[in-house]
Design a protein around this ligand. Structure first.
Ligand code: MFK
Length: 194
């Protein structure tokens, strides 16, 4: 059974998403947007280390291998960790739009358990944009990109200004991220907002 709530249905005036001309080429790895991101950052020993790769249009694929640190029930991935994998994958789509946005709503269907050691193959796309609202969906499969569906999500991201992070984040982390020598990571976090 599946079906997302009314607030995840794009309104009548929603438009198709437009891939930014400077978006990474299809097949390119996106890389981590922040060293300490629990979803993708290399500086998080127990993080997901999710790797996303640009697709065609405003779509991408990602992979995440479930580690022992990600268990909920014995030998199985924790549901919150799987939601994180979906959130991170969906959030990465915003780099293809060159929009800074945060998750407003994330609805997840858990279809099959995901064992430790499994690589989850995720695919996500933006379906519509309405003003600051970005509608997207993702699916995660076992055993390969065409394997059985394990998880699904529909989401609404909301575009924010860089002030969102400056106003709400801790100054020490904001300062460190702003002085990250990796220009792409800096741009993804702070410099792409109009
Ligand atoms: C820098 C690179 C980032 C890469 C991210 C990687 C993946 C990780 C993604 C995340 O996990 S982000 C962290 C988790 N999310 C948050 O911490 C967000 C916390 N929430 C907020 O900061 C605010 O609630 C939010 C910015 C989402 C919205 O507040 P605003 O005051 O800016 O907007 P507003 O409340 O006016 O809502 C704007 C529109 O979105 C709609 N909306 C907002 N939240 C909604 C919601 N939860 N459900 C449905 N609709 C929602 C709202 O109804 C409205 O629709 P209309 O324009 O049609 O009136």
């Amino acid at each position: 059974m599946s079906g997302s709530s009314a607030s995840l249905q794009p309104p009548a005036d929603a438009v198709k998403p437009v891939r930014h001309p400077d978006a990474p080429a299809p097949g390119d790895l996106l890389g981590a947007h922040y060293e300490h991101c629990f979803g993708c950052g290399p500086g998080q020993p127990h993080g997901l280390h999710l790797e996303a790769r640009a697709g065609e249009g405003v779509a991408l694929t990602a992979e995440f291998t479930v580690q022992p640190a990600h268990q909920g029930a014995p030998g199985l991935a924790h549901g919150g960790v799987l939601a994180t994998a979906l959130d991170e994958t969906l959030g990465s789509l915003n780099w293809l739009l060159r929009t800074v946005a945060v998750t407003g709503r994330l609805e997840t269907d858990y279809v099959r358990p995901v064992p430790v050691g499994t690589t989850l193959h995720l695919a996500a796309e933006v379906t519509a944009v309405a003003g600051r609202k970005i509608y997207s969906r993702a699916v995660g499969r076992l055993d390969g990109p065409d394997g059985p569906v394990a998880v699904r999500a529909d989401a609404l991201f909301v575009e924010v200004k860089v002030d969102h992070f400056i106003d709400h984040g801790r100054p020490e982390e904001i300062r460190a991220a702003m002085s990250d020598p990796d220009q792409v990571r800096r741009a993804r976090a702070f410099e792409v907002n109009p």
